[in-house]
Write a protein that binds this ligand. Structure first.
Ligand code: WQD
Length: 332
């Protein structure tokens, strides 16, 4: 079986990618420093797939540890998710974001190169797009990060482009995520943010289960159908399947690709609240509050390149995202 190193593989998105890789008969090796994840994910992956991936608890910046992993395992490709990912946290602590995200990636790429492992899928983000873009956003839209988090993603994208120009043996897929949401249908893995959630879905889920009193909707005066922010929510299982498609593409293509992973549909905060109420059969209490700094009116993808290059298209609905999130929340 082909060995895939999954960095950050115990995280919300990583654990779902791990399940899809196992379903596709890859041998998965996880490296995770547990900074925003827990070993519980490993139990969930085992219960879902019957297979427990090898786990190295380590930080990507620990070069000796990374060298040992590559010595002990003949790694075919890397799917690289490990990194800090909170926009507001990055504004408060930019250096930790640049250090963790960029230095971690540099060490990883150096060791990959040393072991002649030149195939990587990189987890990027829609936050690399300029806020002034027309909707829907295509991969050729202007780039301008508006946070240290987004800047770290942009720097890594540029590093990968330069690496590919310097050595055409590299096969690189840069996947720009829109808004991942939902959970595996088993309810055995899902999003478990430390502390109070920043993102909409986990926050609504905590209100529904009674851990939080009400949702604050950040602004209702945006230029959208109901005044609340519109985003492109994509089911985390669809997102995970997109990574398997990228691996397949790289088998036959020595090149670098940049692809949006979104649905192409935008839903407002109020539409998500309504859909979640249907899924959990409860009222979600909310109040309107001030806008959150850095938020856009709208952000949703043009997903056509993913279909063309990867033969991948998101299939799961907003209702499925709400239903699966609620199923996970109840089982946690
Ligand atoms: C969605 C909408 C908020 C919480 C961020 C990152 C992005 C990606 C996904 C990493 C917005 C509104 C939210 C709340 C609210 N992460 N909202 N009350 O900001 O689109 O994207 O997460 O890659 O990089 O930027 O997602 O879920 O925080 O917000 O009203 O308590 O919900 O204003 O309109 P966002 P989000």
């Amino acid at each position: 079986m082909k060995k895939i190193l999954l960095t950050g593989g115990l995280g919300y998105i990583g654990s779902h990618i791990c399940v899809e890789l196992i379903n596709k008969r890859y041998e998965v090796i996880i490296i995770d420093n547990l900074s925003n994840s827990s070993k519980n994910s490993l139990d969930g992956i085992k219960k879902i797939t019957g297979y427990k991936p090898k786990l190295y608890i380590s930080d990507l910046r620990d070069k000796l540890s990374l060298l040992r992993i590559f010595k002990e395992n003949k790694i075919e490709s890397v799917i690289h998710l490990a990194g800090f990912k909170s926009v507001n946290e990055s504004i408060e602590a930019p250096l930790s974001y640049y250090n963790n995200n960029i230095n971690g990636t540099i060490t990883l790429l150096e060791v990959m190169d040393q072991f002649d492992c030149k195939s990587i899928v990189f987890s990027s983000s829609a936050t690399v797009y300029a806020s002034s873009n027309e909707m829907p956003i295509s991969e050729s839209a202007p780039l301008a990060a508006s946070s240290p988090y987004g800047s770290s993603k942009l720097v890594i994208e540029r590093m990968l482009q330069d690496l590919c120009s310097s050595d055409d043996d590299w096969r690189i897929s840069i996947l720009r995520y829109f808004n991942p949401a939902g959970a595996h249908k088993s309810g055995l893995i899902g999003e478990a943010p430390n502390g109070s959630p920043n993102n909409l879905f986990p926050y609504i889920s905590k209100v529904a289960i009674g851990d939080l009193e009400k949702l604050k909707i950040f602004g209702n005066d945006y230029k959208t159908q109901d005044g609340t922010g519109v985003r492109d929510y994509i089911h985390v299982v669809d997102l995970a399947k997109g990574h398997c498609k990228a691996l397949e593409f790289m088998q036959d293509n020595k090149k670098i690709i940049v692809v949006n992973l979104g649905t192409g549909n935008g839903f407002s905060v109020l539409e998500v609240v309504k859909e979640f109420e249907k899924a959990c059969n409860k009222k979600i209490m909310y109040e309107f509050s001030e806008r959150r700094g850095g938020d856009l009116d709208k952000c949703y993808a043009d997903p056509s390149l993913a279909l063309k290059l990867l033969n991948w298209k998101a299939k799961l609905s907003l209702n499925a995202m709400c239903r699966d999130t609620w199923n996970w929340e109840k089982k946690k």
